[in-house]
Design a protein around this ligand. Structure first.
Ligand SMILES: Cc1ncc(COP(=O)(O)O)c(C=O)c1O
Length: 398
């Protein structure tokens, strides 16, 4: 009898008791709106922002309704206007080009390498097409950030980092999200902290922070922020920045604060699971493990491998065989976008030229979620199943 995995790839851990209690206290108070405080009270949302800014060692933080909202707000706050072109990854998730479209701007896609990071040669070739790069650390893979910042600094490109998959990660000891002008994070259920929906935006730039606060809908209550810029930063922009409401509420912030305090430990647990799967996948014929650079501190909340040069039929066969044994693989090379696996040519509101080199990589990317509800034994089992099925299909074809 072949082994079957019985767990769920989408089951997150419960909210910590401390978060549940804090959420109940917020509900009992009735003051869920971030600016609805009694004298002397500091809102959970303001505390969350203060704590996240301290965790990353940055000046300003704003909590918002989603990661996508954080990115669109960041684009507006750095001055992107309708019709502008914005560079971004060909390999990312739909909310990234979606944020660019939300501000009326036009994505210009930059290719992906076999290490699943943005292609720096392609980036260097396209720097004259835009003033802003919305850089997605897709599936937690960090490009050589020193090299990327050198290219962007030399060309005057403003970098906004999409850290939906890299909260807690670092490049060469520098926290992900702190190298660009703005870092954007998601607190949606499958991310590293879970409030169902939610986002965080960080920056050291007072004007960008003030614009973001006004955009998110602070009315004129920005002085209630603990991690906001000084009052003077709002002097002129408060009249010229539209209110595009997307605030976070106190209930979500209450749930998130204890999770943030535990972030480091949670990241270690993800990595134990990630490396257990990676270990099991190594030396599988036809399967390429993505080697992680030494300078990268990862948070392994998902794992990818490449079936490079495989036919679509053969990859499909692997997917089917694994699914029969309870292992749900996601494939970025499928003919149709399914769930989260869309790619640059799925977003047809953009008139994007074909990218043959990236297409070759995308055609082979297979992805697995790694929730913390998996035990290490689960991870070893999942890897054994994938290894067996990939080997079978590979050997039949060779
Ligand atoms: C790579 C990436 N960027 C950004 C986001 C946006 O996050 P949200 O769903 O909070 O808008 C997601 C969410 O799925 C994502 O996967």
């Amino acid at each position: 009898m072949s082994e079957v995995f019985k767990g769920s790839f989408t089951q997150q851990e419960p909210i910590p008791e401390e978060g549940i209690e804090a959420a109940i206290a917020v509900m009992r108070s009735g003051r869920l709106h971030r600016y609805n405080t009694v004298p002397g009270e500091v809102a959970e949302t303001a505390l969350l922002e203060q704590e996240f800014a301290a965790l990353l060692g940055v000046k300003y933080c704003l909590a918002v309704a989603s990661g996508g909202y954080a990115m669109a707000t960041a684009l507006r706050a750095v001055g992107v206007k309708p019709g502008d072109q914005v560079l971004t990854n060909a390999f990312t998730l739909a909310p990234v080009p979606g944020a660019i479209a939300a501000v009326g701007a036009v994505p210009v896609f930059v290719g992906v390498t076999e290490n699943l990071v943005i292609d720096l040669d392609d980036l260097a070739a396209k720097v004259d097409q835009a003033d802003v790069l919305l850089l997605s650390h897709m599936r937690g893979h960090l490009v050589d950030m020193d090299a990327l910042m050198a290219i962007c600094d030399a060309s005057g490109i403003t970098v906004i980092e999409d850290c939906a998959h890299t909260m807690g990660a670092a490049w060469n000891g520098v926290a992900s999200g702190t190298q660009g002008k703005v870092g954007c994070y998601s607190c949606q259920t499958y991310k590293h902290v879970n409030s169902g929906e939610g986002g965080l935006l960080i920056t050291d730039d007072a004007e960008v922070a003030a614009r973001a606060v006004m955009l998110s809908g602070s009315y004129m209550m920005y002085e209630k922020h603990l991690a906001g810029p000084p009052k003077e930063a709002f002097e002129t922009i408060r009249y010229e920045t539209p209110n595009i409401s997307g605030r976070m509420d106190n209930l979500r912030a209450a749930i998130l604060r204890p999770q943030l305090r535990d972030l480091e430990a949670r990241c270690e647990r993800w990595n134990e699971r990630y490396f257990e799967i990676e270990k099991g996948l190594r030396d599988t014929p036809g399967l390429m493990v993505i080697e992680r650079p030494e300078k990268e501190k990862i948070v392994g909340s998902s794992i990818q491998f490449l079936l490079k040069g495989w036919s679509a039929e053969a990859v499909d066969e692997v997917l089917k065989r694994c699914l029969k044994r309870g292992v749900e693989l996601k494939w970025f090379g499928g003919a149709e976008p399914i769930g989260f696996t869309s790619r640059y040519d799925s977003w047809r509101y953009v008139d994007a030229p074909k990218m043959p080199e990236s297409d070759k990589v995308l055609a082979g990317i297979v992805d697995i979620r790694v929730p913390l509800t998996f035990s290490l034994e689960d991870c070893a089992l999942i890897a054994r199943i994938i290894k067996a099925e990939v080997s079978t299909v590979y050997q039949a074809a060779h």
